[in-house]
Design a protein around this ligand. Structure first.
Ligand code: NOJ
Length: 736
């Protein structure tokens, strides 16, 4: 459709029809499968508005989509097609590792390919918009949604944001891509205390420097949609924050796409105490810049009156509707309302071996080797080994946000290992968690489900005894532990980041046997492992690794693949160290300044993490030498050339993530002790030497002041290069 046709369509629509375009409802409203990830409340929307609703949430599958699309188009006076949007967060049917995992790959190119695959599968099934990427920077592992994030660093998150958006949108012209809807604007990841849906309070300098860059990167990468956050930012609900949505997102950054609220977040501004009623909330959200109201009755019940009694200029509604129509038109929905979906594509494009191979590769690159005492890994198939733990023979490796994936399509750790050691003895040893009252308190598990999850005391004791019995006969114990699916993801905040008591008991009992123990952890967040780390010889941190998890883990265990994952979030020693992140400001009394009381630490724990940002081991190791810069003083319009020499003197071919940080030594606003500005992932054969090159320009050295202005100040900068978050070489340069 030409632009002028869109305008005449808009002109011919009634006010009700226009409002309909701004309403998004879930499957239950269209008598199809309902996949609502949010509170289930009666919305009180009239059947008339249900018929006019312009988009659907999480209605997937070609037949479902076709059914709803046909019916809606028939119902609507102008037969306008609906948009189908869904949470395709890290895969559709082929599930990739969780984002916190795949960011540990430091491989944006591979992630782009993964998102292309996800878009290919989901578009075949009728999805047109992915509620992804989630690019909220997080400093606190208590927050369950850390699972969906790329970790604590704004530069790395921005880098992945760009490639995830490219991956989703690359194939839009062929109808095999998805519109990217980045979220949650803004700074949802900074909820106080890591508690879900809590408030966010940040200085402007902190907001602009640490939290906004990924969203800005998403706009620059051409994302066509943005989703607001459920939270307040400095006292204002993001969903009604005109400064955020209009002044920053639209005017300062030039975003001309469509803005959608998060699930019921327009209605929730009433609970926040920012609007009196539906009408007030509708006015404030639309006026702030929100085009589509996701799953709330506010636009349906509030907008019409606002226009008829003259409180809201109809042009505001026209602008929002035009953005929605334009998006539909850009996708060609007026000509082909099913977009790329067809039953044939759906049959042929899901879970193909090529997609599985990609998922496996990304899982392999995501897994982080945290400890490897006396080269406990890789294992030889000749070792006499057993596989123990609640994740041994368990297919639940997808994590909470893989809502369209199925664990029946997932390769378990046992299946993966059996390809190397077909007859490996295995025992569960214990449950994932045994606190039934905690499970009951979650409010979504039935008594029956809890009974299935928590074995009786007798059975649990038996499981432990069996595990000990088979382990006694072995030399090596592969022990699989971690978090349950429900423990991380949305509404999965928790205060205790340690493994549960029953799992620790299992480790303690097995460690008494004096065997080599390889600990495999499945989890959606950094856990506090200090109390178990000395009991085991090696730790592979596997996140929720997705459809090919078992194969990926086995390939690493047996050395077919050399681990190369590096952490993108700091790992605490104990839970109460949170929030914990590497790019913090300097204290006047750092822990290493002096011995004794008056330094910045806890009396019962150090201040530093157990495993820092950037950390991760490989089989063999690489040495860093000769960090050099081509000039010691440089001007604002020149570039510094940095080189560092890497030597792999081990017996293993390896892959190294070379990380480049800066520290601005003196500034108007004090600057982080370290800040990532670039990285390179390079391969080195055994005994190979390699020189790695970086260029730094002055725009990588800017910071934001407390009015949100970007500044570049002359002065001294440390240039820090290294690996493992620990081994670093430093040199200093002066900006004139
Ligand atoms: C609420 C979540 O915050 C958001 O990320 C998600 O896209 C929507 N629900 C839709 O499921």
């Amino acid at each position: 459709m030409e632009d002028n046709q869109l305008y005449s369509l808009l002109d011919s629509m009634s006010l009700k029809e226009k409002i309909g375009q701004l309403i998004q409802l879930s499957g239950d409203f269209f008598s199809t499968a309902n996949l609502s990830i949010g509170p289930v409340e009666k919305l009180g929307i009239s059947p008339e508005f249900v018929k006019l609703a312009g988009s659907a949430l999480n209605v997937v599958g070609f037949e479902n989509v076709k059914h709803v699309q046909d019916k809606q188009m028939e119902n609507q006076p102008h037969h306008i097609p609906m948009l189908f949007m869904s949470d395709v967060i890290y895969g559709y049917k082929t599930i990739f590792p969780i984002p916190l995992g795949f960011s540990s790959s430091w491989n944006p190119h591979l992630v782009e390919k993964a998102f292309e695959c996800a878009a290919d599968e989901a578009s075949a099934s009728g999805v047109q918009v992915a509620f992804a990427p989630m690019i909220d920077v997080v400093h606190d592992a208590r927050w369950g949604r850390v699972l969906e994030s790329l970790g604590e660093d704004p530069f790395l998150t921005s880098t992945f944001a760009k490639t995830m958006i490219k991956g989703l949108q690359n194939n839009l012209p062929d109808k095999k891509g998805l519109v990217a809807c980045f979220k949650h604007f803004a700074a949802y990841g900074a909820v106080e205390g890591g508690r879900e849906y809590n408030s966010v309070d940040l200085s402007l300098s902190n907001l602009f420097q640490n939290y906004l860059p990924p969203y800005k990167a998403a706009v620059d990468a051409g994302a066509k949609m943005a989703m607001t956050s459920l939270t307040t930012l400095n006292g204002i609900p993001s969903t009604a924050d005109k400064w955020l949505l209009t002044d920053i997102l639209r005017k300062r950054w030039g975003f001309d796409g469509t803005i959608i609220s998060d699930y019921a977040s327009i209605q929730e501004i009433i609970r926040h105490g920012f609007a009196e009623d539906n009408e007030d909330a509708a006015f404030k959200a639309l006026n702030a810049g929100v085009d589509i109201d996701m799953k709330s009755p506010v636009y349906a019940n509030g907008l019409e009156k606002l226009v008829t009694n003259g409180k809201l200029d109809i042009e505001k509604i026209n602008d929002a509707v035009l953005r929605v129509l334009r998006l539909k038109n850009d996708l060609g929905l007026f000509e082909n309302p099913y977009f790329g979906a067809s039953s044939t594509r759906e049959k042929t494009s899901l879970l193909t071996s090529r997609k599985r191979a990609l998922s496996r590769r990304l899982a392999e690159e995501s897994i982080v080797l945290l400890k490897n005492k006396n080269n406990a890994l890789p294992l030889s198939t000749e070792e006499n080994m057993v596989l123990i733990g609640p994740y041994a023979d368990n297919h639940a490796l997808n994590g909470m946000w893989a809502i369209h994936g199925s664990k029946t399509d997932t390769v378990s750790i046992l299946q993966g290992i059996q390809k190397f050691v077909p007859n490996i003895p295995t025992e569960k040893g214990t449950d994932l968690r045994r606190d039934s009252s905690l499970l009951a308190g979650l409010g979504f598990l039935s008594e029956q489900e809890i009974k299935r999850m928590v074995s009786s005391e007798k059975e649990n004791h038996h499981n432990l005894m069996q595990a000990i019995k088979i382990s006694q006969k072995s030399d090596t114990i592969i022990l699989t532990l971690g978090e349950e699916t429900y423990e991380a993801g949305e509404a999965g905040s928790k205060t205790n980041l340690e493994l549960p008591e029953n799992q620790i008991h299992l480790i303690n009992e097995l460690s008494k046997l004096g065997k080599k123990i390889i600990l495999i952890i499945i989890a959606g967040r950094p856990l506090a492992l200090e109390n178990v780390v000395d009991k085991v010889d090696a730790i592979l941190y596997c996140w929720f690794p997705g459809s090919e998890g078992g194969n990926a883990i086995a390939n690493l265990l047996f050395g077919c693949i050399n681990p190369s994952g590096r952490l993108t979030m700091s790992f605490p020693r104990v839970s109460a160290q949170e929030p914990l992140y590497y790019n913090h400001l300097a204290t006047g009394r750092p822990q290493d300044l002096a011995k004794g009381r008056f330094v910045s630490k806890y009396i019962d724990a150090p201040a530093n993490p157990l495993y820092p940002f950037g950390y991760g081991l490989s089989y063999g190791s690489v040495n860093y030498l000769n960090l050099k810069i081509d000039k010691e003083v440089f001007s604002k319009d020149s570039t510094i050339h940095v080189t560092v020499k890497l030597i792999n003197d081990s017996d293993f071919d390896t892959t190294e993530v070379v990380q480049l940080y800066i520290h601005d030594k003196v500034a108007e606003i004090t600057q982080p002790v370290q800040r990532l500005i670039d990285f390179k992932k390079v391969e080195l054969k055994h005994d190979q030497e390699l020189t790695v090159h970086f260029n730094i320009s002055s725009n990588q050295l800017t910071f934001f002041d407390n009015r949100g202005n970007e500044k570049l100040e002359s002065g001294l900068f440390d240039i820090i290069c290294g690996t493992n978050g620990k081994q670093h070489l430093t040199t200093t340069v002066r900006l004139k």
